[in-house]
Design a binder for this molecule. Structure first.
Ligand code: ATP
Ligand code: MG
Length: 434
C-alpha cells in the first residue's frame, strides 16, 4: 500500500488522556483511535494487525477440528435468563443499564446462544465431538477501562466451544486446545505461562489462563521458572521464594496479562438448554462442554506492551501489518522515485492487499510521499514498527542498491536491487546475527 493513500498519519505526541504504553504507541502509529473510554476504532494499520492475529487463530483452531461461524451480538434475554446470567452489571443492556425490561443484552459471552443452537443439531453420540468457534465483538461493562486496548468495554474475542460424550473426551480435547493456544501465542511472539485459575459457578473444576508476563498486567502469577508450573495468585497458596509443588524449583512472582482462558464447563449449560445425546445403548445423557477464549484485541495490545522501544513498536513478523516499509527519500533526480516505484511493483504485485497476496509477494507499505524529509520518514517508520525498512535514495541508487535495515537493529546493509526479493525469502541468511 502506498503511504500517500493511507487514511491515517502518525502523531508526534500520544493523546494526553492515554497512560498505557499500548494505547500511546498504537495511537501514535495510527493503529487505533479512542472513541470513548474502553471503546476503540481499529484504523487501517491496526485492522491489518487484527487480521493477521485472526489468521493465526483460524489456522490453529481449524487444525484441532474447530469450525467457524458467527453468532449475534444482540443476545435475546430468553437465553441469559435460562442460566440466570441476565446480569446488567456484566453486560450492557441495549436500552441502558437500568432498564430491566430490555429485550436484549449486548453479548459478553455466547455459551447460552450456542448451546440452544447445538440442541437442534446434536442428538446422538454419532454427532459428537464437535468444536465451534467465532471471532466477534464482545461487550462488557468494565468499571475500569483504563489499560488501552487491554481492557475494553467493547473488544474482540475468539470464543470456541466444544461438545463431548464424556468428561474424559472433554479433557482430552482440553489438552489439544492448550497446545493450539500455545501455538497461537508463540506465533504472535508471546511466551505464555499456563496458569491454574479458579473455577466459576459454571465449571466443573479449575480453569486455566494463558498469561504473558508484563509489568502492566493486572494479574499476579506465582510460577516456577524451572518447570513453568504456574498459578494465579487469586487462588494460589504458593509463596514467592517457596518450592514448586511439581519439581521443587524456586517460586517467583510476576505481573501478567491474561491473553486467553479455558474452561471445562461440564453439563451446566447443556442441562439448562436440554442439550442431550443418545449413547450407544440408547440412553439419554447431557452433552459435556468446554469453552475457550482468546482476547484478540487484548493480544494485540500485549504484543505492543512487550515489543517496543523508545521510538515505537517492533512488530513480530507474523503479526506485523506489512512485512516491510519501503522508503523513498525525496530527490530532484526523478530516477530515484522511478526506481522506488519499480521496486514496489516488483515486491508487492498486489499493492500489499491481504486478499491477492502471491506466494512470492511481500506486503509492503511504500512511503512514496514527496513532501516529507528523510528524518520524518525514518521517525514514522520507527513509530509504525514494521520488521524491515528498505530505503531508496540518490546515494543507494548510484550503486543500484537499497539500504535494508531490520527494525530491531541499529545498522542496515547495502543490498543490490536484484537481491532485494531474496531478503524476504531468506532474511536470516542476510541478517545473520553474530
Ligand atoms: P479478565 O479476567 O481479564 O477480566 P475474563 O476472565 O473475564 O477476563 P474471559 O471471559 O475468559 O475473560 O474472556 C476470554 C478472554 O477475553 C480473556 O482471556 C481476555 O484475553 C479477553 N478479555 C476479557 N475481558 C476483556 C476486556 N474487557 N477487554 C479486552 N479483552 C478482554
Ligand atoms: Mg480472567
Amino acid at each position: 500500500m502506498r503511504q500517500s493513500q493511507l487514511f491515517t498519519k502518525t502523531l508526534k505526541e500520544a493523546p494526553a488522556d492515554e497512560t498505557a504504553v499500548n494505547a500511546k504507541l498504537l495511537a501514535r502509529g495510527g493503529f487505533v483511535y479512542k472513541n470513548s473510554a474502553g471503546v476503540y476504532s481499529y484504523l487501517p494499520l491496526g485492522w491489518r494487525v487484527i487480521e493477521k492475529i485472526n489468521k493465526i487463530i483460524r489456522e490453529e483452531m481449524n487444525a484441532i477440528g474447530g469450525v467457524e461461524m458467527l453468532m449475534p451480538a444482540l443476545v435475546d434475554r430468553k437465553y441469559l435468563e435460562q442460566t440466570d446470567r441476565f446480569k446488567l452489571d456484566v453486560g450492557f443492556d441495549v436500552l441502558g443499564k437500568k432498564d430491566k425490561k430490555a429485550p436484549y443484552a449486548l453479548g459478553w459471552t455466547h455459551e447460552e446462544v450456542l448451546t440452544a443452537i447445538a440442541s437442534k443439531y446434536i442428538s446422538s453420540y454419532k454427532d459428537l465431538p464437535k468444536a465451534i468457534y467465532q471471532i466477534q465483538t464482545k461487550f462488557r461493562n468494565e468499571a475500569r477501562a483504563k489499560s488501552g486496548i487491554l481492557r475494553g468495554r467493547e473488544f474482540l474475542m475468539k470464543d470456541l466451544y466444544s461438545f463431548h460424550v464424556s468428561e474424559e473426551d472433554l479433557f482430552a480435547y482440553y489438552e489439544k486446545v492448550k497446545e493450539a493456544y500455545f501455538n497461537v501465542f508463540k506465533r504472535c511472539g508471546l511466551d505464555t505461562y499456563y496458569a491454574l485459575a479458579s473455577g466459576g459457578e459454571f465449571t466443573i473444576s479449575n480453569t486455566h489462563e494463558f498469561q504473558a508476563f508484563a509489568d502492566v498486567g493486572e494479574d499476579t502469577i506465582l510460577y516456577c521458572s524451572q518447570c513453568r508450573y504456574a498459578e494465579n495468585s487469586e487462588i494460589s497458596k504458593l509463596k514467592e521464594g517457596g518450592k514448586c509443588p511439581n519439581c521443587e524449583g524456586n517460586i517467583s512472582k510476576s505481573n501478567a496479562i491474561e491473553v486467553g482462558n479455558i474452561f471445562p464447563l461440564g453439563t451446566k449449560y447443556s442441562e439448562a438448554f436440554g442439550l442431550e445425546f443418545q449413547d450407544e445403548e440408547g440412553k439419554k445423557k447431557p452433552v459435556v462442554m468446554g469453552s475457550y477464549g482468546i482476547g484478540v484485541s487484548r493480544l494485540m495490545g500485549t504484543v505492543v506492551e512487550i515489543y517496543h522501544d523508545k521510538n515505537g513498536i517492533l512488530w513480530p513478523k507474523e503479526v506485523a501489518p506489512f512485512d516491510a516499509h519501503l522508503i523513498y527519500i525525496p530527490s530532484r533526480d526523478s530516477n530515484v522515485k522511478k526506481a522506488a516505484d519499480k521496486l514496489y511493483d516488483l515486491l508487492s504485485p498486489y499493492g500489499g492487499s491481504l486478499v491477492g497476496r502471491q506466494k512470492e509477494g511481500v506486503e509492503v507499505l511504500y512511503d512514496d510521499r514527496a513532501d516529507s524529509t528523510a528524518g520524518e520518514k525514518f521517525a514514522d517508520a520507527d513509530v509504525i514498527g514494521l520488521p524491515m525498512r528498505v530505503v531508496m535514495s540518490e546515494r543507494t541508487l548510484e550503486e543500484d542498491s537499497v539500504e535494508v535495515k531490520e527494525r530491531d537493529s541499529d545498522s542496515g546493509k547495502i543490498i543490490k536491487l536484484e537481491d532485494v526479493p531474496k531478503c524476504f525469502q531468506n532474511s536470516s541468511a542476510i541478517f545473520q546475527k553474530t
